[in-house]
Design a protein around this ligand. Structure first.
Ligand SMILES: [Fe+2]
Ligand SMILES: [Fe+2]
Length: 272
């Protein structure tokens, strides 16, 4: 039996995070939890369903309403990742801050208690855990890529994709890992896995990596219009791994951790 706070702590502990990040929240707290329903996307309908089916708590991966919590704070992590990769701070901030500001503006207009009020009325404990699990997925994918390049510094984009495909989440995916920009036979060079910062950095973040000496960026997804703009400029190479399979790289270890702790976890909405 655990509390919603302990469920959150379990996820934070996977990546040594101290505080709940802005894109994750407990909407309705609860205790004595044993039967958990866990899905990538949860709406109020699934909360009502969970009540009917006798679950003790519901966990979502994605924020149920991104604008209703300060999720934009997590988008700023792109600045840290860019700086760690050697991009000057000023350029990193210029690539990230405008979109974060737009997200912060949306927060001003959101109905912040929509989900918490419904979960409270149903008395269905409800939380969402986003960044901690994506950060775990980022670390696993970055290590997979780095290990591939450590064995062979001349590894090609095709070799990097093959190494990633060895992860079970990609082997079983509906989507295929795509070399969205570049040739399979071309050396990958340095690869930055740009994941775990709320959402992909679109044109601006990839462009900042490319223009500051990082030849290959990995996104889990990208808007098509941003991809077309990057393609037109031909400044670098881009691997797109697929949204849900990439999310599962960080989600599956958390499911295993909950089950190891004696919880009965039922998975829906993209989680197997
Ligand atoms: Fe996601
Ligand atoms: Fe995710």
């Amino acid at each position: 039996m655990v509390t919603t706070q302990e469920l959150m702590q379990m996820a934070l502990g996977l990546v040594e995070m101290q505080d709940i990040p802005g894109d994750s929240a407990i909407y309705h707290p609860g205790e004595n939890i044993r039967k958990v329903l866990f899905g990538i996307d949860i709406s109020t309908a699934e909360l009502a369903m969970a009540k009917q089916l006798g679950f003790d708590a519901v966990i979502a991966h994605h924020p149920p309403q991104t604008s209703a919590i300060p999720a934009w704070q997590v988008y700023l992590r792109h600045i840290d990742f860019l700086v760690q990769a050697g991009v000057p701070r000023e350029a990193a901030e210029a690539a990230v801050k405008p979109r974060a500001e737009a997200m912060a503006a949306a927060y001003q207009s959101a109905n912040h208690e929509h989900y918490s009020s419904i979960a409270r009325l149903l008395d269905m404990p409800f939380l969402n855990i986003h960044c901690p699990l994506d950060e775990l997925g980022r670390r696993i994918m970055q290590k997979t890529v780095d290990d591939c390049l450590a064995v062979n510094s001349q590894a090609t984009l095709g070799d990097v994709v093959e190494a990633l495909n060895a992860l079970p989440e990609f082997a079983e995916a509906h989507t295929q890992i795509q070399i969205a920009m570049g040739e399979a036979e071309a050396p990958a060079g340095r690869v930055v896995v740009a994941h775990g910062a709320l959402t992909n950095g679109g044109y601006a973040v990839a462009n900042a990596y490319f223009t500051h000496g990082i030849p290959t960026v990995l996104y889990i997804h990208i808007p098509y219009s941003d991809l077309q703009r990057l393609r037109a400029e031909k400044k670098g190479q881009l691997i797109v791994t697929g949204h849900i399979s990439s999310d599962l790289v960080g989600i599956n270890p958390f499911v295993q951790k909950m089950r190891a702790a004696g919880l009965e976890v039922t998975t829906i909405s993209g989680i197997r």
